[in-house]
Ligand binder design. Sequence first.
Ligand SMILES: NC(=O)c1ccc[n+]([C@@H]2O[C@H](COP(=O)([O-])OP(=O)(O)OC[C@H]3O[C@@H](n4cnc5c(N)ncnc54)[C@H](OP(=O)(O)O)[C@@H]3O)[C@@H](O)[C@H]2O)c1
Length: 277
Amino acid sequence: MTKGADTTHESAATHDRIPGLEDRNALVTGGTGGIGLEIARKLVASGATVTVNGRNAARGAAALAALGGASNSVFFSEGNVRDYETAARVVADAASRGGGRLDVLVSAGAEGPSGPKPFHEMTPRELEDGFAARVLPRIFPVHAAVPALRAAGGGAVLLITTDAARHPTPGEAIIGATGAAVILLTKALAREFSRWNTRVNALALTLTSGTPSWDRIFSAQTFENRLFSKALTRFPFGRAPTAEEVARVAAFLVSPQASQVTGQTVSVNGGLSFGGW
Ligand SMILES: NC(=O)c1ccc[n+]([C@@H]2O[C@H](COP(=O)([O-])OP(=O)(O)OC[C@H]3O[C@@H](n4cnc5c(N)ncnc54)[C@H](OP(=O)(O)O)[C@@H]3O)[C@@H](O)[C@H]2O)c1
C-alpha cells in the first residue's frame, strides 16, 4: 500500500462485515424494528441470507426497504412468535431458504404488554401475561428451530434478555425474573445443543437508544420515563448504548469468531450495572 494512501473507504466497507457469516442462513425474530433490525442489518452486511420476522406487515415492508429492498438475500416472514404454530411456520419459512438449514437464529421478538410497573400495582392478570409475553416468544422459535439448527451443524442461537435479570431494578421484578429465566435457559440449552455443535448465547440489554422501547419511554411523563431518566444520568460513559453498538456484539457472537463462546450472557450496558444503579 502506498504510504499516505486514503484507506477510509476500505475501512468503512470492511468495518460492518463480520467474517464467517457469508452465505449463512439466518432468522431474526422481532427483526422489523429496534435492536432486532440493527442485528439483521449487520448480518446482511456480512453476507448472510436474512429473514426478519414481526407481527405487522407494514413494519415488515419498511424493514425490508431499510435492509436493501430488492436484494434476494433479505426476506420478511409475518407472525406473532408468541404462538407456537406461528413460530414453527416462521422458522420453516426461513429454513427453506437454506434448504432446511438454519445457521443463525436471533430470538429477539418478545414485547411485554407493558413497561416497568411496581410489583404491588400489578394485577394477577398482568403477572401472568408478563411471564407469557416475555418468555414464550423467546423460546418457541428456538424449540421449533432445533431440526434446522441440527441440519446446519455449527449453528448459533442468540437470545435477547435484560440486565434487570442480573440487577434488581425498581418496577422490573417480573421483567427481571423472566429475563433470568432466559439466562438459565441459555446455559442449559448450550449444554444440550453442544451435541450437534450448536452454540447458544444471550445478550443482556439495558436502556438502548434507537429502539421502539426508547421512543416509548421518553415520549410521555410516566413511571418508566422517571425511572429511566434517572438511569440515564448514571451511565459511566455519559450515554446509553445505541442499537448499532448492541448489534455489533450480537453479530460477533453468532459468527465463527466466537466459536468457543457458548452458554454466556453478555451485558451490553455501557457499564451502567456495575454494582447496580
Ligand atoms: N430497547 C431497550 O432499551 C431494551 C432494554 C432491555 C431489553 N430490551 C429487549 O430487547 C428486545 C428488542 O427491544 P426493542 O426496543 O429494540 O424493540 P421491540 O419494541 O421489542 O420490538 C422489536 C421488534 O419486535 C417485533 N415483535 C415484538 N413482539 C413480537 C412477537 N411476539 N412476534 C414477532 N415479532 C415481535 C416488533 O414488530 P411488530 O410490533 O410489528 O411485531 C418490532 O419490530 C425486546 O425483547 C426488549 O424487551 C430492550
